[in-house]
Ligand binder design. Sequence first.
Ligand code: FNR
Length: 346
Amino acid sequence: PDLDSLVGLPDFEWAARRGMNTSAYTYYRNGAAGEWSYRNNLEVFQRFRLRPRVMVDITKIESTLPTTILGHNFSAPFFISPCARGGYAHPDGELNLVKGAGAGNILYMPALYASKSIEDIYMARVSNASTPQVLFQQVYLTENDTETQQLFARIEKAGSKAIIMTVDSAADGNRHRARRYGVGSADSSYSYLTWDLYHKLSNMTKLPIIPKGIQTLDDARLAVENGVKAFMISNHGGRQLDTTPSSLEVALEIYNEDPEIFKQVEVYADGGVRYGADVLKLLALGVKAVGVGRPFMFSNVYGVDGVKRVIEMLKHEVAIDAANLGVGDLKKIGPEYVNWKSVNGW
Ligand code: FNR
């Protein structure tokens, strides 16, 4: 289908399904086991109703979308989450994602298991004014310190501004759907990762290491206690362990029990974000920025233009949804804009 005929983020999956072979499409689409978490990530947003305020001056909402992430300036509070194998959608793979993110001035987190090398991805960065585009590099690590040191050195040299350390993959994801098509399940796996190792790793690099895949209040507290600058709530898009909670549920648990955490460190979240209002609900709890995975991966069947289109669409939806919600300044959104009593008592 023509790119101009797509109206929202979910359309890209439908469009990509026609442009990708079945095993490649299945690798992107896949969730773990019964895919309950995959579906819950999408469905959770409709269980909490908005509380729109009216007669509010919203004329300047668009100018309030820009934000900072770890001190770096971006045009919107959403980013491209790290997803492996960008080459499944387009021969230029991650190069399109980095260029699209650069053009739209949003954060991109390249995955370690990309289809292009770290060096090629960082070479493709777009410069805005005098500063090179900011990327945060995702990693999986082995137990081998020498390998880790070499990897960190490559990442620093390439120009990454942070290391996103995926912590939700202690073992392979149990991916029935992918196995049916003979697609390997692993983004990766390891079980030796502990907070002790986190400190050791932090001493091997000057870049901040941000754990990705926090799924409980307890681990959010531990992350703060262990001195992280930021952490990311994620259940890996429902691809690792089925029936894990969505980011909105985890963020709500943190907000209810220990809301100071959102002020102590930056909290990011991803999983199932497809509409402007989804972004708003996470921001309302204190989440600093929200990641989007699959829609960007699918958009890459259209190359850079597809990636740019997703960014434009989501920016537009965040702005109009905030306006209809009666939020005149995105920085002032708070939990009072959502009824946190979930529909049906779920
Ligand atoms: C991922 N994700 C992921 N995460 C990670 O830390 N390292 C990785 O290599 C990958 N690889 C990967 C591949 C594909 C095809 C997908 C769809 C996802 C998870 C990703 O970072 C993110 O958490 C989810 O994609 C967010 O959910 P949505 O937006 O896809 O629903």
